[in-house]
Each structure stands twice: as C-alpha cells, then as structure tokens.
Design a protein around this ligand. Structure first.
Ligand SMILES: C[S@@+](CC[C@H](N)C(=O)[O-])C[C@H]1O[C@@H](n2cnc3c(N)ncnc32)[C@H](O)[C@@H]1O
Length: 373
C-alpha cells in the first residue's frame, strides 16, 4: 500500500507497500489523506489500484501528447501537449479553465536545452529602429526562445502577449497565479542549458547585452514588476503580489548587496466588462493568510532545474480552483502543478516545448489514478 499525506499545506510522502492479496499482488492502493490549511478534519481520498509495474514499462517511450477534450469533459484527469504555449492556448475552448498556475522561463537564465538564435537582435535591428519591439510571432519565427530575449523589454512584451491568451480560456470566475523571479543586469551574462545560476558546471553560453536606459551594470531589473504592470495594461486585475521567501537559497559571493532570496507569485483575475471582479476563492484553504510565504526551494526533479515546490502551490490550487475544476500550466516542465492538482481532485492540462520534461510529467501523472470518491 502507498499512502501520500498532504498536511499543513505541503505534500509529504509516507510510502509503505504491502501486497494486498494474491490477486492484487502487483497492484498498489494509494490513499491520500489531506489535511490542508485550517480544515478541521483530514480529508480522505482513496485512489484506484495502480500497477506501477505496468506504468514503468510503458511511459517514457509513449508519445507525450494526449487529448485535452477528455479533461474538459471530465472523462480524463490530465492531458499534456508538446508545443509553444502561444499556439496551444489557442486550441483551448473559451472559458474552459478554472485556474492557470505557472512559472514561465525567467529572463536571461536558462535555455531549457532548446536552440536559440543568438544573432536575433542584429537581425531585427538591420530592418527596424532600435526602440521598436518585435511581436512574439516575429521573434519565434526567427529562432527566438521565450526567456532568452536579447533585451528585458522584449521579454516583458512576449510574456504578457502569451499570457493574454489565457484571458480567453479562463472562466470569468477563474484566476491566474504567475511565479516570476528577478535578474540583475550584467553587460556580460551566462545562460545555461539547465542548472541554477552560479552553481555547478553545466554548459553555458556567454552573451553581451546592450546597455542603455535602465539597463545598467549591477541593476536589479524589476522584471516581475514590469511584467505585472504590462499585465495590468492587458486588462488583468492584480489581487496579490505574494512574496515567496526561499530561506535555503545558497549564499553567493557578493560583498555590496544582500542575497536575492525571494520570488514573486502574482494572483491575477480577469477584469469584467462591467462591475467588480467576482472569482472563486476559498479563504479557508489559503494556508497562512498573508502575502509572504516561506518555502524551501526543492532540488530539481527529472533533470529539470526549476520545478515548483509542491508546498508553494498546493494552497494556491486549493483556494483558487474549485474541486474537480480544470487547472492549466502552459509552461508545465516536469508537471509539478499538474501532479499536485490531480492529487487534490482537480483536472489538469500542461504544455511544454520540451518532450523529455513532458515524458517525465506523464510518467508521474500516470501513477495517480482518478479518485474513487
Ligand atoms: C520554469 S520551467 C517550469 C517548471 C515547472 N513549474 C515544474 O514544476 O516543472 C519553464 C518551462 O517552460 C518551458 N518553455 C519554455 N518556452 C516555452 C514555450 N514557448 N511554450 C511552452 N513551454 C515553454 C521550458 O521547457 C520549461 O520546462
């Protein structure tokens, strides 16, 4: 038997396996006990028998793409699609999603093992004034990767444009939780295929970024705030700027500033055509009811270096998505948000460019069967 305990807002695994009977020799019964936030009583969810033996044999070589319709109609618990979030968001029906929860690539840190056109700024400037910013369509059709824009201004515009597509797919009662970290400007910076900045020896690409305006040496770029302001201009209502304090961030060798130990988790809702925004929100499930949350960074999973800590997202999912609602992560990586959502009795859809990450997500999600009740 395998039991997963969700307690005090974070996911803990207390696994123990027992052969139930001769007939069920290869089956596992997963029991999830949820005791979240201020709920008075633990909630018990019994999951269907699973054969991990079968799962291990089949996932990984299977295609990672699965159909979204089943999730939307309630016959499937999760779906994964490989591709650009900008395209895939357009495939979802209007008003079909209860919660978007996501952590897109941050600016100027990682390539997530994808190819990027490092000459894209020269190509653009050969035909356009320096102050003009390309559309995301032009950028990606010329080999640009989200997160590796040559200028932070391009990144802010691209991310806000992609996320704007979430407005159509979100229900009027829906929410978006957007996790973003900041970056210091450096004329010369290094971008990694994976791994954390300043740590370990992963391969890296050196890049020179033009200085000008706020782009000055040692400048904290305030990228999360710039994205949030661009989102407000795209009709989003910002409800919270939750500060994720990461106490276990390793110290860095700086002697003229404090360590950067927090990230932002913005809560947005849709601006209604008239009146005030009215959206699903379960206050009893928010965990600590204030906008600073202390959660340790977790080690990367499945060679993905930037996965969500379950403890950070679990209260957001419980409080911003109704039971059995649909959660979307358009930059799903190895599927942490999807895995936590399905474990909590929600349905989940994930998009990612990287087939290997999706494959890892599929394997994890395949081990969680639909609740029996
Ligand atoms: C910060 S990671 C997300 C990690 C995820 N929250 C998890 O827990 O695994 C960002 C992800 O976005 C993906 N990505 C980058 N550009 C994308 C795009 N245009 N469309 C879809 N996914 C993209 C990357 O492959 C990467 O897995």
């Amino acid at each position: 038997m395998q039991a997963s305990f969700v307690g005090e807002g974070f996911l803990r695994n207390a696994s123990f396996q027992t052969k139930l009977s001769n007939n069920l020799a290869e089956s596992l019964l997963r029991i999830t006990v949820c005791h979240c936030g201020s709920l008075p009583q633990p909630r018990l969810t019994v999951y269907r028998q699973l054969s991990e033996v079968v799962d291990r044999g089949s996932f990984g070589i299977m295609d990672v793409t699965t159909k979204m319709e089943g999730v939307l109609t309630g016959t499937e618990r999760f779906a994964l699609r490989q591709g650009d979030a900008d395209d895939l968001l357009q495939e979802l029906p209007a008003e079909s999603v209860d919660l978007v929860i996501t952590s897109p690539p941050y600016w100027g840190l990682r390539s997530y093992e994808a190819d990027h056109n490092w000459d894209i700024l020269d190509e653009w400037r050969a035909e356009h004034p320096a102050s003009e910013i390309p559309s995301y369509e032009w950028y990606r059709s010329h080999g640009g990767l989200l997160g590796l824009e040559p200028l932070p201004e391009w990144y802010v515009a691209n991310l806000a444009a992609i996320l704007r597509r979430c407005q159509r797919v979100l229900k009027s009662t829906g929410s978006m939780w957007l996790n973003l970290g900041d970056t210091y400007f450096a004329r010369w910076s290094s971008i990694r295929a994976k791994g954390r900045q300043g740590l370990n020896g992963d391969e890296r690409q050196r890049r020179k970024t033009p200085m000008g305006g706020f782009r000055q040496e040692k400048q904290l770029l305030l990228i999360p705030s710039r994205v949030a302001i661009a989102m407000q201009e795209h009709r989003w209502i910002l409800r919270n700027d939750l500060i994720w304090y990461k106490p276990n961030v390793p110290p860095r060798p700086f002697d003229d500033r404090l360590g950067l130990t927090h990230e932002h988790f913005f809560h947005f809702v849709k601006r209604p055509k008239e009146g005030r925004a009215k959206y699903f929100y379960s206050l009893e499930d928010v965990g600590a009811p204030h906008d600073v949350q202390q959660v340790n960074v977790v080690p990367g999973r499945d060679s993905h270096s930037a996965s969500f800590p379950p403890k950070l997202i679990e209260p957001r999912i419980l409080s911003s998505c109704p039971p059995d609602g649909v959660v979307l992560d358009p930059f799903s990586g190895v599927g942490t948000a999807l895995e936590v959502s399905v474990s909590l009795g929600r349905r989940a859809i994930g998009f990612d460019l990287n087939k290997r990450f999706l494959s890892a997500a599929k394997k994890r999600l395949g081990r969680i069967a639909p609740p029996l009740f």
